[in-house]
Design a protein around this ligand. Structure first.
Ligand SMILES: *[C@@H]1O[C@H](CO)[C@@H](O)[C@H](O)[C@H]1NC(C)=O
Ligand SMILES: *[C@@H]1O[C@H](CO)[C@@H](O)[C@H](O)[C@H]1NC(C)=O
Length: 361
């Protein structure tokens, strides 16, 4: 998302004077890759390998099993720009399926600069994380042990008619983020819930918006979803003061809006001679999903102490990777934070099948 575009959207809701002023906080920071591994401590705790591959960012407490506890006390480093954020965030990976039936992982590239910060342009792999609050006292930060999942890895069709998107893809029309001129998941002409159908000269951007309403009690739930909810009208658009929407009575507590933004560098895979002969698009999520509707995101909260609450309440308005008293770290420190793979398998060569998926040659 580019600054002028965001301003335009924010201006539409009369929040422009608040931008960097009296309220509206938007943390936006890059997190380098922590690990690419076939584990999922939320959905498949203890399993190594889990059914599909993930790419993970954040603190190094990430493991096959993660107890409901304060992981900010277990982690020693983080891949994220804010050094007090030891949370973990993970999503499926993207693969290219060549005409000869073999797969290659699509690399991620750093995002564009937005708020004059280096944290989004100097990262290695990974993605950009956003936290938004409409202002002081408006959201309740997550508690230690909190975790949630958004999206469904098995989804293969568009979710509900007329519902706003919680997950979308944008096809960059040229190099250097061409076409990145509006907030994500808000305009169905720019963003689709399915993977783009044609080659994207500048790569593909993924956005995943997490729920913004909480039941106020449970740190987790059996499906990792029912303790949280989207606003009554569906996922809130990522714009200005309307960010939070209205929470349902079952989930009355407003929580920060988290959004993930991933830039997949598909440029080396844009030769149509390598695409399927039937004209379909060649990209597939690591879940085996060629539609994109199954894009999902996992989250385990791990900010230290009250740092996230302070940021969300920062009355001066926090933008990007600069916010009141929050601590940042050198980009190199984030790039050097790693965890070892628990499952040793090839994720990066030309593969005859997706890791964990049946042979599809
Ligand atoms: C990860 O979990 C395994 C199994 O529970 C444990 O043996 C190992 O010490 C953990 N690793 C770290 C770095 O915490
Ligand atoms: C399949 O196609 C890719 C892309 O052209 C190529 O790099 C790879 O070597 C091919 N693999 C086989 C087994 O032909």
């Amino acid at each position: 998302m580019r600054l002028p575009a965001l301003l335009a959207l924010v201006a539409g809701s009369e929040a422009l004077p608040q931008f960097g002023g009296s309220g509206f906080t938007m943390l936006r920071f890059g997190c380098s890759q922590l690990v690419i591994d076939r584990i999922d401590p939320l959905v498949n705790p203890g399993q190594a390998p889990s059914p599909h591959m993930h790419q993970v960012v954040g603190g190094d407490a990430f493991n096959t099993t993660m107890a409901v506890t304060d992981i900010s006390k277990q982690a020693k480093c983080t891949t994220c720009g804010y050094s007090e954020d030891l949370s973990n965030y993970w999503t499926a990976n993207l693969y290219f399926k060549a005409r000869n039936g073999t797969y290659k992982r699509v690399p991620q590239i750093p995002n564009r600069e937005l708020f004059n910060d280096k944290y989004t342009t100097g990262t290695k792999g990974g993605f950009v994380v956003y936290y938004v609050s409409p202002g002081k006292g408006q959201v309740t930060a997550f508690k230690p042990g909190f975790r949630m999942l958004t999206g469904d890895a098995n989804q293969r069709e568009k979710i509900g008619n007329g519902r706003k998107s919680q997950s979308c893809f944008r096809c960059y029309t040229s190099k250097n983020f061409g076409g990145d001129n509006a907030a994500p998941c808000a305009d169905s002409k720019l963003d689709t819930e399915h993977l783009p159908t044609g080659p994207c000269p500048g790569g593909i951007r993924s956005n995943i918006l997490y729920p913004t309403c909480w039941d106020g009690k449970n740190l987790d739930s059996p499906d990792h979803k029912s303790h949280v909810a989207y606003p009554v009208g569906g996922p809130a658009p990522f714009t200005g003061t309307s960010i939070q929407g209205t929470c349902p009575s079952t989930h009355p507590v407003k929580i920060p809006q988290i959004m993930l933004e991933i830039v997949w560098d598909t440029t080396q895979f844009n030769n149509k001679a390598e695409w399927p002969e039937d004209g379909s698009q060649p990209f597939v999520l690591s879940t085996g999903d060629p539609t994109g509707y199954g894009q999902h995101g996992d989250y385990v909260f791990g900010w230290q102490g009250d740092s996230l609450q302070r940021a969300m309440d920062e009355a001066k308005g926090c933008m990007g990777a600069s916010c009141g008293g929050l601590k940042t770290q050198a980009v190199s420190a984030g790039n050097n934070c790693k965890v070892k793979n628990r499952v040793l398998e090839d994720a990066d060569g030309w593969l005859t099948s997706l890791p964990g998926m049946p042979m599809q040659l």
